[in-house]
Ligand binder design. Structure first.
Ligand SMILES: C[S@@+](CC[C@H](N)C(=O)[O-])C[C@H]1O[C@@H](n2cnc3c(N)ncnc32)[C@H](O)[C@@H]1O
Length: 244
């Protein structure tokens, strides 16, 4: 068995345990998981969200509300879907991701950098904005991440961060729990990798409550940060402006 396959077996074990991994173990497991699911990542996304993911990313770019020509880092860019939307909006995206497999599957044409987004290889105030799609729950320290955003985004620059949400309506939440807990892992197993898509519903537990996320962004340097539920709360969007 190759070393890549060996490490993926380790990552599967991490997701199948009762207790989710933390720290360096989580980072390694996340990277191995995305390396493994990269080839069919886009297909599974479209199928499991009925293409709503396309709409959610476009909303993030719209709410970023930056003028054409602005430079935007797409962090945890994966296969580059947000970079495509950013470019269509007249912005200049740069893609950064930890997983070589995901970067290799990127067909956006944006410049690509392999790096940990908790340690960005950029100078202070280097960019006009940041987008980040569906990766907050994969990070090992959200406080560090928000501080890093405040460091690299220029004063007056903007951020738009998407992640899965928890619907407030009890009926929608019930349906969503069944769909993500029972149906999505089967779709994932059929089209890609079962354990990786069993991680998806579990990983929501890593995310703080909306109010806490907004407060964390406020203390990091995005004083006007706001939180929005999309599609009845299936997804959440955080937007903010870097304090001047
Ligand atoms: C669910 S995918 C989202 C990809 C893309 N943003 C999208 O909207 O489809 C999460 C991505 O986060 C990346 N990621 C997780 N932790 C990271 C880290 N510490 N630094 C950089 N990328 C990371 C993974 O490699 C993966 O590509």
């Amino acid at each position: 068995m190759s070393s890549v396959a060996c490490s993926f077996v380790t990552s599967n074990a991490s997701w199948d345990r009762e207790t989710l991994p933390e720290g360096e173990e989580k980072k390694q497991a996340v990277r191995d998981m995305f390396d493994a699911i990269a080839p069919r990542y886009d297909l599974v996304n479209r199928v499991m969200t009925f293409r709503l993911d396309v709409r959610w990313r476009r909303r993030a770019v719209r709410d970023l509300a930056l003028p054409a020509g602005s430079t935007v880092l797409d962090l945890a860019a994966g296969t580059g879907d947000l970079c495509i939307d950013l470019r269509e909006a007249g912005l200049t995206p740069i893609s950064i991701d930890l997983s070589y497999g995901m970067l290799a599957a990127d067909r956006s044409g944006a410049p690509r950098v392999q790096a940990d987004i908790l340690r960005l290889p950029l100078a202070d105030d280097a960019v006009d904005g940041v987008t980040c799609g569906f990766a907050l729950r994969n990070l090992i320290d959200l406080g560090e991440f928000f501080a890093e955003l405040a460091r690299v985004v220029r004063p007056g620059g903007r951020i738009a961060l998407l992640d899965v949400g928890v619907p407030r309506n009890r009926v929608i939440k019930f349906g969503n729990d069944i769909y993500f807990g029972k149906v999505v892992p089967r779709i994932g197993a059929a089209l890609s990798d079962g354990p990786a898509y069993r991680y998806l519903p579990k990983s929501v537990a890593y995310l703080p409550e909306p109010g806490e996320l907004v407060a964390m962004l406020g203390s990091a340097g995005f004083g006007d940060a706001s939180h929005h539920l999309l599609s009845g709360g299936l997804t959440q969007l955080l937007v903010g402006t870097r304090d001047t």
